[in-house]
Write a protein that binds this ligand. Structure first.
Ligand code: TXA
Ligand code: MG
Length: 335
């Protein structure tokens, strides 16, 4: 049976009490699980960084139950941001806005902006409403690891180091939110997510994409991110099975994440067919990477995904994962 997506009163009271006491609480959102703390409590926020092993210069997202108290966090909400919030909140959109003066430097990384999101997951909404304030939360994984999309992923990451983990079942989307910076007249997508560039443009017209010279820092945009422990390589669809077969024949354990089943069978290959539907692929991506990571393979071969913009978020996470796991000792596909 699927996990209920709402918390019981006891679970909720427990989580709120922990937040009020300055403790860290993991909770589900529709994107990935978050590692939350009272955003106005410096020592509590510091615990997030300590738990994750995240450098203090990397800013966090403040989660709110709605836009009604947005002005407490952002001193200015440009028109484009208002339109985007009205269209996509609650949902998988994070807005980076000029910060209000009382926002902790630890949350903003000392920058002049703050990232804010109103998540749609019913349990996140329950928690935010019951707590009544902002919850600062990065994804609930150790720094640089794959984000968790299930409560047991969070437990795998932190074990007993984390007291409260609200279990809201599997995250509906499975990939982190789209991040859009709205500062002055400029609108820039800093991280792709389920909400695409075209959807953003439909609401507000011109939207830049990628980091600008002077744009705010997004650690998720550094290469060492979203990575499984096993070296990962992106391989063209037409090459992946032959390469896996060659490695297997040479006695290497190989994990494969493809969009179709294999034609043959190979002794040392763990083959995952993630299908060709982008929603399902994104939903399962981190679960597959975690599972393949545990398969004891010496490398993961991941089939390149389509160039279509709907795959931007998946492609973004995969290319970072490939870039951050270093060189692979696998033969080049001979064509
Ligand atoms: O879907 C999500 O966004 C999930 C859930 C838990 O809400 N959260 C998440 O948090 O992915 P995290 O910390 O793993 O990634 C948030 C990104 C980071 O790359 C961070 O640098 C960026 O948001 N960020 C936070 N504040 C920022 C700011 N002021 N300017 C630019 N980027 C910022
Ligand atoms: Mg993260």
């Amino acid at each position: 049976m699927a996990k209920p997506v709402r918390a019981t009163q006891v679970e909720l009271d427990n989580a709120v009490q922990a937040l009020r006491a300055g403790e860290v609480v993991a909770f589900p959102t529709e994107t990935v699980y978050g590692l939350g703390a009272n955003a106005q409590h410096e020592a509590a926020v510091a615990k997030i960084f300590a738990l994750k092993g995240r450098p203090a210069s990397h800013p966090l997202i403040v989660h709110l139950d709605s836009a009604r108290y947005l002005h407490r966090w952002a001193r200015e909400v440009p028109e484009a941001a208002q339109k985007l919030a009205a269209r996509f909140w609650p949902g998988p959109l994070t807005l980076v806005l000029p910060r209000a003066s009382n926002v902790l430097d630890l949350i903003t990384g000392g920058q002049d902006t703050v990232a804010v999101r109103v998540p749609a997951h019913p349990m996140a909404q329950q928690l935010l409403t019951a707590f009544g304030g902002g919850i600062a939360a990065p994804s609930a994984n150790r720094y640089g690891h794959v984000s968790p999309t299930r409560a047991d992923h969070v437990r795998d990451e932190f074990g007993d180091a984390l007291g409260v983990v609200l279990d809201g079942g599997e995250c509906k989307l499975g990939l982190e939110s789209t991040i859009v910076a709205c500062v002055g007249d400029s609108v820039r997508m800093l991280r792709p997510g389920q909400i695409t560039l075209s959807q953003l443009r439909r609401e507000v017209g011109e939207v830049h994409s990628g980091a600008a010279e002077d744009s705010p820092r997004v650690p998720g945009s550094t290469l060492a991110h979203y990575a499984p422990a096993t070296p990962l390589r992106l391989v063209e669809g037409g090459q992946i099975e032959r390469l896996a077969a060659e490695l297997s024949a040479a006695g290497q354990r190989v994990g494969v994440l493809a969009q179709r089943p294999p034609v043959g069978t190979y002794r040392h290959v763990t083959w995952v067919n993630a299908g060709t539907r982008v929603e399902a692929f994104g939903h399962d991506l981190y679960t597959h990477l975690r599972a393949l990571d545990k398969a004891g393979a010496s490398c993961l071969l991941v089939q390149e995904v389509p160039a279509d913009e709907r795959w931007d978020a998946v492609r973004d996470r995969l290319s970072r994962a490939a870039a951050s796991t270093g060189e692979l000792a696998v033969p080049e596909a001979s064509s």
